[in-house]
Design a binder for this molecule. Structure first.
Ligand code: ZN
Length: 204
């Protein structure tokens, strides 16, 4: 269970928190919730996200109230260290798209007293652990798995099933291309799709 630490402490203590889950599981909402509460406590907060395309390179404002948090797109994880200055809390969104350098970056920040909160997809659409997220879950003090709702049966969902025919690992800005599913429904669909591709059931 995630228990928020007291925000007002005499001594700055760094740590890494990971919020992981499938598409539509509310990872970013949970990240923003924690960051906003740190802001209410007058802590200096910054958000970084991977720069996926040049057209997304502008700074985006994440929340719509007066205490909005600006998020800075960066090309590599190492750039986060270069851009962070005098900050209490660092939020990192879409961590799965960063390089593995992100693990060392998070450790360095936490070693220097920064509270690091990372949100990302734990698995890709094939159910394979995604980018630096599994390693980040290992080095974190605290891991929160959030869940979506299975679109087939209403159970908690951990899988991001892709409903379009496309085998690129990354589909940008295409939320419509995914459906959250539980393990059982995900496996059932995979099985049916395999049968469709291989109707005679010949061994492979
Ligand atoms: Zn289900």
């Amino acid at each position: 269970m995630f228990l928020e630490r007291s925000l007002v402490e005499g001594k700055k203590r760094g740590s890494v928190e990971v919020i992981a889950g499938s598409m539509f599981s509310g990872k970013t909402e949970e990240l923003i919730r924690r960051l906003r509460r740190a802001k209410y406590a007058n802590q200096k907060v910054e958000i970084f996200k991977p720069m996926m395309e040049k057209r997304y390179s502008e700074k985006a404002v994440v929340s719509h109230d007066a205490r909005s948090i600006s998020s800075t797109p960066v090309e590599t994880a190492a750039n986060i260290l270069l851009m962070v200055s005098d900050v209490d809390v660092v939020g990192i969104d879409e961590a799965q798209f960063f390089d593995n350098g992100l693990i060392e970056v998070c450790n360095k920040l936490a070693d220097n007293g920064v509270r690091v909160i990372v949100a990302g997809l734990d698995m890709d659409y094939l159910g394979v652990p995604f980018g630096p997220v599994p390693s980040l879950m290992a080095i974190a003090e605290c891991v929160t798995k959030v869940h979506a709702i299975c679109m087939q049966c209403g159970n908690l969902a951990s899988y991001s099933h892709r409903i379009t025919q496309d085998d690129r690992r990354v589909l940008l800005g295409e939320k419509d291309a995914y459906q959250p599913l539980c393990r059982e429904c995900y496996n059932k669909l995979q099985y049916n799709e395999e049968k469709k591709d291989n109707p005679k059931g010949s061994d492979r």
